[in-house]
Design a protein around this ligand. Structure first.
Ligand code: GDP
Length: 360
């Protein structure tokens, strides 16, 4: 499963956020494939469509898609020097498919800031610098190795070009996430190099009430990290919210002037950043969201349910979610001509309600 690694300086609220994520976790019993590890939090992707489907189909339960977060560790200035970032840290962060940096915005004289002052801009710079230095160290080994392999015709010149180009971008003080495209580097080649700063980034700004009510400050930080996504939440508040019954939590959110919990926003944005989307299936047993990559075809999507569905794929009956809700039932949607029969080349759209036909 794809995972998002949580990083940040010490004392910014990573543990608080991660604890909230693990308490919001899905029940493992419903997701037998989800491995339970202490540093992984598997949270449901909020999807109001599932409740609607459950009503139409009389489903016994709903099963949302999930997003996995890994608690990686704190990074401090200078971490990439001397001992290096640490093998365990590097292995964890390399395995993550996207990186979520928690940044402190909240003011609290009782919580010490490692750098002395609260400056999201400086903190982001510190983390980016450490990750970039780690990438440069990797490239110092990779480039000579690739040069040798290219001479021996064991590696492509294009991969070596990407490595040299990546080194230039990093030396100019930019992460690859920001600078690789502008430098004209081939994204697939860069991805092969497995560098930390080429992964998609999400920024969580851990904010207090004053910050949550300050759109100008938020806009400034959004600009600072664009094109990465930014989420503003209060980690302490989120950790209290997950302790409440859904109804009480909704009430508390409303009192706070928010219409969605920060954790839900994070799950949604994370899912999108990972390049994922969902399609839906529904019946009396369950209404369920299935996770696929954007751009996947119908047989690939069927394979997520069962490999036999992909191998024996014949066709898919697809009804758009909105069309199904408008018609009120599958039979009515069919009668209205809203149920489409799609073949093996069909590219799935988010929110397709699907029934696959297959040979066994
Ligand atoms: P980590 O080192 O990044 O994992 O940070 P922690 O989650 O351990 O938080 C460090 C301290 O800051 C703890 O005392 C938390 O209770 C506190 N803290 C975390 N988030 C918030 C917040 O949103 N507001 C305030 N006031 N304190 C927070």
């Amino acid at each position: 499963a794809l995972t998002i690694g949580i990083v940040g300086l010490p004392n910014v609220g990573k543990s608080t956020l991660f604890n909230a994520l693990t308490r919001a976790q899905v029940l493992a019993a419903n997701y037998p494939f989800a491995t339970i590890e202490p540093n992984v939090g598997v949270v449901p992707l909020p999807d109001r469509r599932l409740e609607v489907l459950a009503e139409i189909f009389g489903s016994e339960r709903v099963l949302p898609a999930t997003v996995s977060f890994v608690d990686i560790a704190g990074i401090v200035r200078g971490a990439s020097e001397g001992e290096g970032l640490g093998n365990k840290f590097l292995a964890n962060i390399r395995e993550a498919d996207a990186i979520c940096q928690v940044t402190r915005v909240f003011q609290d004289p009782d919580v010490v800031h490692v750098e002395g002052t609260i400056s999201p801009r400086d903190d982001i710079e510190t983390i980016n610098t450490e990750l970039a230095l780690a990438d440069l160290q990797t490239l110092e080994k990779t480039i000579p190795r690739l040069e040798k392999e290219v001479r021996g015709k064991k590696a492509d010149q294009a991969l070596l070009d990407a490595a040299v180009g990546a080194q230039k971008v990093l030396e100019s003080g930019t992460t690859l996430f920001r600078g690789a495209a502008a430098a004209g580097l081939d994204p697939e080649r860069v991805a092969e190099l497995q560098l930390l700063t080429s992964k998609p980034f999400i920024y969580v700004f851990n904010t207090d009430d004053a910050g949550l009510a300050d759109p100008a400050m938020q806009a400034e930080l959004r600009d600072l990290v664009a094109p990465a996504d930014a989420i503003f939440l209060d980690a302490k508040f989120e950790s209290e919210l997950v302790e409440l019954e859904p109804g009480d939590a909704a009430e508390m959110l409303a009192e706070n002037g928010q219409d969605e919990a920060g954790l839900d926003q994070l799950a949604r944005v994370g899912f999108h950043t990972l390049g994922l989307q969902t399609y839906l299936t529904a019946g009396p047993k369950e209404s369920r969201a299935w996770t696929i990559h954007q751009g996947w075809t119908a047989p690939q999507a069927a394979g997520v349910i069962h490999t036999d569905f992909q191998k024996g794929f014949i066709k898919a009956e697809v009804i758009g979610f909105e069309d199904l809700v408008e018609a009120g039932s599958v039979a009515a949607a069919r009668a209205a001509g809203k149920a489409r029969i799609e073949g093996k080349d069909y590219v799935m759209a988010d929110g397709d309600v699907v029934e696959f036909r297959f040979n066994v």
